[in-house]
Design a binder for this molecule. Sequence first.
Ligand SMILES: Cc1ncc(COP(=O)(O)O)c(C=O)c1O
Length: 509
Amino acid sequence: MGQSVGLQVDPGRDEPIYRQIFDQVVRRIQSRAFPPGYKLPPSRTLARELAAHRNTVARAYADLEAAGFVSSTVGRGTFVTVPPASATPKAPALEPHRGTVPWAQLFSRAARTESLSRAERYARRPETRDVINLARMQPSEDLLPSELIARCIDRVMSEHGARALTYAPPEGVHRLREEIAKDLADRGVPANADDILITSGSQQALDLLARALVNPGDTILVDETTYSGAIDLFSLAGARLVSVPSDAQGPDLAALARFSRPDVKALYLMPNGHNPTGLFVSAERRRALVAWSQSSGIPIIEDDYAAGLVLDETEAAPYLRALDGDVIHLSSFSKRLIPALRVGFIVCPQALRGTLGSMKRVMDLGASAIIQHALAEFMERGYLRAHMHRLLPEYRLRRDTLEQALTLALPSTMRFRRPSHGVVIWLPLPTGMDPDALYDEALRQGVLLLPNAMWSVDGRAQPGVRLTFCAETAPRLAEGARRLGKAIKILSGLRPKKGRAESPVIEAV
Ligand SMILES: Cc1ncc(COP(=O)(O)O)c(C=O)c1O
């Protein structure tokens, strides 16, 4: 005999019928089918017509009244109170505006930085053709846990009601900060809830840091090729970006040793699966970087945007923040969970935290309370751990598929590194091949990628293109690699082979 598992459901709730009544009445009010003063049918009559319980109809009417659409008077009935949306808006029809303000002269120097126009050049355009997107860096829709997050939002509303709709504390909702502290501790980063500042995406964490640390003309050290969003924000703050070369282990220490000057405010790094190069900084180099930071007094910003996206456990190293409490650690839920949450966070030294918290308050009065509660609920229920169990094998499959397909499709002279963390493969280009020309040719062939102009600080880095493997399914990644191979062969003046290339011709390094 089956054993009870102790689940509790509410058998009295006729939810679909309740929703239909509520939604249809609202729609008819909006469409003027039910004008102001219109009398709704008595709940008893409607319940009979719909074969529903009378309480269900009464509850829908009560909620329509609470929402302000109708009003009820005992003995008279329920009447529509809200006028429909105006059919003739008061504003005149929009005509082309010929203004007199000289806008181009008014823009600040920051708004005219070169990096903003660079971002525009490669910004996503609506595509009518079937273009395989190896540029987008977010999970494909099939990997977004929409049902689970909807359940958490519902739960937050039923548990907290209107309280979840007020402003959150500027430093973030406490229960979410507690969950993040536990998640960090699991990955070897010591943190308490009070050490954590919630931000609107980790992009805002970078913005806060740029504003808090940079005076115009100050230097920020970055990799030769680095995250475009960081280049943009540090540039907007007036920073001079100075690039530090890297070898296969990470940033070059001899080059760093030359930068121990008071105008240098920070070294910005992504040690755990670099965007865009995919590089993972070795454990030994991490210790050396921390030693450099301690002796120079220059803090390190550790951007862990791809937190938890560990594809190969064999390549492991402690977080910089675990090695040194002066490291500023920032991270996000965009790549491992849902970009639309816009939840990121900073863990930083006490001396900086208060300032960042005050700046955050000034900038946006705090991140969304309801979303923070929903994310906390998601983590408390163990959904995030389960989600990672589903996500990681899929990302491994996608990486392996793209890697193998590239191996088949590219000329044998082209080599690339297999990433152990994150969601990108960096493809260095042969000398003389223009990444922008490849971007254009690849698009003609039906595959979108991003060329290194997006991430280049001073044009010294080796040309390359970034290929993401998170936003498309494995079969489409394989087709994308084939199209890219064709584009490269056209640009190299080689005739692309018909059909599938034969044996594997390159070794992934
Ligand atoms: C390296 C890096 N840092 C930070 C971000 C910002 O992401 P979000 O604001 O969605 O957390 C991104 C986004 O792609 C990124 O690649």
